[in-house]
Ligand binder design. Structure first.
Ligand SMILES: C[S@@+](CC[C@H](N)C(=O)[O-])C[C@H]1O[C@@H](n2cnc3c(N)ncnc32)[C@H](O)[C@@H]1O
Length: 354
């Protein structure tokens, strides 16, 4: 018996993509996890895959753990570690996860008692945005902005706490991950859309990826294509699915992203380093144009910069929003003066309104 209906959505996503069998996660971070339905499913799947008897393998695997974060309390479960906090505060979240993954050994216990090293192998996000001041925005804008923020947070977690690079075949403990194939869901199938699917190799097909998985809720709207494009820029395989457990009349869908590409993140960092000063020079000129940038075919901060549309706002002129591309607070519905406009539907094979 699950704590809430959401659990059935993760059950469905797992049945479809074999997420737990594919990635064998030891540690899952569940963002916006209360009351704990997703966490129940994750622990159930991980515990049933964990070896029941001591293994003969010299590699000791850590027992399954879900780090569940929410502003609300979550009832305990074996294997569940709860963190009270705001998932939009990345620094705090990273520190909390760091403390949970690598607890300082107490003076009385030996370092070996801390257990085998852990990595974050999967990040789930099923939050319903309840940000202070949100009433100023449409629900779909606030929700997709939250999805974009958790994409960045998950990426930071995979970079800081993720497993080693995956070069075709992954060994985790004594198990070998199945070689993944891109999903070939048909866009015409009743409950699936695949705007971010990569059936062709990415720009750097031989580059290493991290064998990790990110699942996040988004709401179909003007902005969801941007969330899909940003996710597709960072992960090798991306699908967007509406589980049957999700009400048909709701705009809710789930994005499932597999195999994080650290080199794509590095490109983003390099872009900021190389182009940041040029942006400052051209800021005044571009202020009146809001044209796509010259570098729009590359991963760049505009992917993560999502101004509200006029229809998302009560009073568009007074609207204050946070740019996730550069971190600045912006006003109005124009693109961020630093990051520019996201205008690359073709870049990720996406269409606005997906
Ligand atoms: C639909 S519920 C999540 C259900 C959960 N996946 C489950 O299976 O039980 C949405 C949750 O998002 C949480 N939430 C929304 N905004 C948040 C934020 N900024 N930080 C932390 N939690 C947040 C709410 O407190 C709420 O518990």
């Amino acid at each position: 018996m699950y704590r809430c209906q959401s659990a059935h959505k993760l059950v469905e996503l797992d049945a479809r993509f074999h997420l737990f069998a594919r990635f064998h996660p030891h540690t899952v971070v569940d963002l916006a996890a209360a009351p704990g339905g997703f966490a129940q499913v994750a622990l159930e799947r991980m515990q049933s895959a964990a070896p029941q008897a001591p293994s003969s393998s010299p590699v000791i695997e850590p027992p399954p753990m879900v780090i569940a974060v929410d502003q609300r309390p979550i009832q305990p479960l074996p294997g569940l570690v709860t963190v009270r906090g705001n998932i939009l505060q990345h620094q705090q979240m990273l520190q909390s996860v760091q403390r949970t993954l690598h607890p300082t050994p107490s003076r009385s216990s030996a370092a070996a008692d801390v257990g085998p090293p852990r990595t974050v192998d999967m990040v789930l996000h099923d939050g319903v945005s309840v940000v202070k001041g949100q009433h100023a925005f449409s629900v779909t804008y606030a929700q997709n902005q939250m999805a974009l923020s958790t994409l960045l947070l998950a990426s930071k977690m995979f970079l800081q706490f993720g497993p080693a690079h995956d070069k075709g075949e992954t060994r985790k403990g004594n198990r070998t991950e199945r070689e993944m194939k891109p999903h070939t869901d048909s866009p015409s199938s009743s409950n699936a859309t695949t705007p971010g699917n990569r059936t062709a190799p990415s720009a750097h097909p031989t580059s290493a990826t991290l064998p990790v998985c990110f699942v996040s809720k988004l709401l179909r709207s003007l902005h969801s294509a941007q969330v899909v494009a940003a996710t597709s820029a960072l992960f090798r395989y991306v699908s967007v699915v509406k589980p049957q457990a999700s009400r048909a009349e709701s705009q809710e869908t789930y994005i499932v992203a597999m195999h994080f590409q650290p080199h794509r993140w590095q490109q983003l960092v390099n872009f900021e380093r190389h182009h940041g000063h040029r942006e400052a020079e051209t800021r005044e000129r571009s202020r009146s144009k809001w044209m796509p940038k010259r570098h729009s075919l590359e991963i760049n901060p505009s992917l993560f910069s999502m101004p509200p549309a006029v229809e998302d706002c009560g009073d568009a002129r007074r609207m204050v929003w946070s740019c996730l591309g550069c971190g600045r607070t912006c006003m109005g519905v124009q693109p961020c003066v630093q990051c520019g406009a996201f205008a690359s539907a073709s870049r990720a094979g996406c269409h606005r309104g997906t």
